[in-house]
Design a protein around this ligand. Structure first.
Ligand code: CAA
Length: 240
């Protein structure tokens, strides 16, 4: 039986590339998304991969959403916590809502998905949880105290849950992407982005597929001895 994988924020950007890569590996893939219905429809039309709508920042919605996927598609064996938002701004300009929204979705979403899916993985003694962190969680970033804190939290969450999952055959790893050519990065002001790209030794933005192949490897049978690790895919911008 093919493994069932879910990718949160899976209908666009890095998440979409991850869905396609895992499907190419022979998995049964499901995408989750929160808001953009038109993009989700286009994604499903183009790929045939079903898209389930809920907000991963909401605990009850996430438990219900994952239960629905388990019932309609099958119990979830692989979770890719990719969903994330930015609300960039310097601390002086950042609202409390900008702070809590980013923490609730980017970091809380990992907790909610793990709560929903870990019991089945433990029971069957096999599972993969792959959390998408960020270079900005490792190095910090001007204007991102919320996002950097959430992503840094993801790296700690990964190492803690990896210790709990190991004896059940559940690996938990993180990927820390650098600046990738997605809508999220396109929203960075052009003059700021130019300066960031100038600091990437490889000399360009990354591509979503370059993150997706890393996810595929960590999700594979070959990844069974890798747990609690962070794979940095950032063109050499931050060596950690
Ligand atoms: N270090 C030091 N100073 C900086 C700085 C930096 N990195 N960036 C800006 N400044 C300075 C500016 O030079 C400016 O100083 P002066 O007024 O003396 O000229 C001051 O800080 C204010 O800068 P801005 O005019 O840019 O301020 P703003 O309030 O208009 O915008 C900002 C602030 C929203 C943070 C904007 O700079 C910005 O969008 N920066 C990019 C943030 C970023 O990289 N986000 C990543 C999004 S993608 C992502 O997160 C994916 C991932 O995982 C990698």
């Amino acid at each position: 039986m093919a493994r069932v994988a879910i990718v949160t924020g899976g209908t666009r950007g890095i998440g979409k590339a991850i869905c396609e890569s895992l499907r190419g590996d022979g998995m049964t893939v499901v995408a989750n998304y929160a808001g953009n219905d038109a993009a989700a429809r286009a994604f499903t039309d183009a790929t045939g991969i079903p898209a389930y709508k809920w907000n991963v920042g909401d605990h009850e919605e996430t438990l219900a959403g994952c239960a629905k996927v388990a019932e309609e598609v099958g119990p979830i064996d692989v979770v890719v916590n990719n969903a994330g938002i930015t609300r960039d701004g310097t601390l002086l300009k950042m609202s409390y809502e900008d702070w809590t929204d980013v923490l609730r979705i980017n970091l809380g979403g990992c907790f909610n998905m793990a709560k929903a899916c870990f019991p089945h993985m433990r029971d069957q003694k096999w599972g993969r949880i792959i959390n998408i962190g960020s270079i900005n969680g490792q190095a910090g970033q001007y204007g991102q105290v919320n996002y950097a804190a959430a992503k840094s939290g993801i790296h700690g969450f990964t190492k803690a849950l990896a210790q709990e999952g190991a004896r059940f055959g559940v690996t938990v790893n993180a990927i820390a992407p650098g600046y990738i050519d997605t809508d999220m990065v396109a929203a960075v002001p052009e003059n700021v982005l130019e300066k960031i790209v100038a600091r990437i030794p490889v000399g360009r933005l990354g591509h979503a597929g370059e993150i997706a192949r890393g996810v595929s490897f960590l999700a594979s049978e070959d990844g069974g001895f890798i747990t609690g690790s962070t794979l940095s895919i950032n063109g050499g911008q931050h060596m950690y």
